[in-house]
Write a protein that binds this ligand. Structure first.
Ligand SMILES: NC(=O)c1ccc[n+]([C@@H]2O[C@H](COP(=O)([O-])OP(=O)(O)OC[C@H]3O[C@@H](n4cnc5c(N)ncnc54)[C@H](OP(=O)(O)O)[C@@H]3O)[C@@H](O)[C@H]2O)c1
Length: 321
């Protein structure tokens, strides 16, 4: 395997929806990638990565579980940048133990390993649900990266995924300040677009539910959407631009969940989608181009309509709809 030292990076959660596109673009740009998967024997996690152009020479797979400290160091050793994406999405029972704990403790394990290995920068995947809703944000003001979502509100409503993202990002900032590790974070909205892994889950599964007319209660956390390829490209820009600092909201626009659902309805009247008529997010100020920090780095966002069409085309070609 030919390893260019300065271009060797680690992608945790490399087999996932966003991780797979990130590995794809990193390979395209000449990087060598240490990608982590949870189970090396599971072809659903490995086959599509190893089939990518350049993978045979420049992808090395590592089995890593965020809760197993002994598995975290190996994929990070020898790399100069870490993209930390691995994070659990659901836990039906005991979410504090099965969702929040792996996200927070796993993030700290990754950061400690990065510090120990002399990694130059960690790009951490947070979420727009770590930005809003924020009951203290001024009414009528457009949300920015200055806003932090309120953990207690989510806990009160028993919505644990955002709790895991908020606490993991906060833990990362505390670590970065104390230990002097260079960290930047990216906060994507609902990520949609073409799916590379064989299985579909998470945000794209949610999109399938919308197409099937199943009501999904997203109003407490949705503030916009973004194409998966734009998220992956944004991550590489953050890795490559030392001038990038802090948090980075990553979505094509700030929109309400009804905007997304009703646009899908307009584009695909043949599906039994339930239109949302009432205003369920009066607290959310719509805005074009809210991700200015990423646009200043050169990122161009796909608009919502294109994102929806590309997601539908991908799901059709996979036989999922
Ligand atoms: N999709 C969205 O709308 C969205 C929006 C904002 C932020 N994000 C964040 O983006 C990141 C990637 O999400 P995604 O949409 O690509 O989801 P995904 O496809 O489910 O990817 C998550 C990855 O994390 C891995 N993982 C989960 N638990 C783990 C553990 N305990 N130890 C090691 N690896 C573990 C998964 O491995 P397996 O495949 O083996 O389970 C998978 O590769 C996550 O941090 C997510 O919170 C996603």
């Amino acid at each position: 395997m030919s390893v260019k030292g300065d271009k060797c990076v680690c992608v945790t959660g490399g087999s996932g929806f966003i991780g797979s596109w990130l590995v794809h673009f990193l390979l395209e740009q000449g990087y060598t990638v240490h990608a982590t998967v949870m189970d090396l024997k599971n072809e659903n996690e490995t086959k599509h990565l190893m089939a990518m152009d350049g993978a045979a020479d420049r992808v090395k797979l590592f089995q890593m579980d965020l809760l197993d400290p002994s598995s975290v160091l190996a994929p990070i050793k020898g790399t100069l940048g870490v993209f930390h994406l691995a994070s659990p999405l659901t836990a039906e029972k005991d979410p504090e133990d099965l969702l929040v704990k792996p996200a927070v403790e796993g993030t700290l394990k990754v950061l400690r390993a990065a510090k120990e290995c002399g990694v130059k920068r960690v790009v951490l995947t947070s979420s727009s649900s770590a930005i809003a809703p924020n009951p203290h944000w001024p009414i009528d003001a457009v949300l920015t990266e200055e806003s932090w979502a309120d953990v207690d509100t989510f806990k009160k409503h028993n919505v644990w995924y955002p709790v895991s993202k908020i606490l993991a990002e906060q833990a990362a900032w505390n670590f970065s300040e104390k230990e002097g590790l260079d960290v930047v974070t990216i906060c994507p909205g609902l990520v949609l677009g073409p799916v590379l892994p064989p299985k579909v889950y998470g945000s794209v599964q949610l999109f399938i539910y919308i197409l099937k007319g199943i009501q999904v209660p997203m109003e407490s956390l949705y503030i916009g959407c973004v194409d998966v390829r734009d998220v992956a490209k944004a991550m590489i820009l953050l890795h490559e631009n030392p001038s990038a600092k802090g948090r980075h909201l990553c979505e094509e626009a700030i929109t309400r969940f009804s905007d997304l659902v009703n646009k899908i309805c307009d584009l695909y009247p043949e599906y039994q989608i339930k239109r949302i008529e009432e205003d369920r997010q009066p607290w959310l100020v719509r805005a074009d181009n809210p991700s200015k920090k990423l646009m200043d780095l050169g990122l161009e966002f796909s608009p919502m309509e294109t994102i929806i069409k590309d997601t539908v085309d991908s799901l059709k070609s996979k036989g999922c709809i």
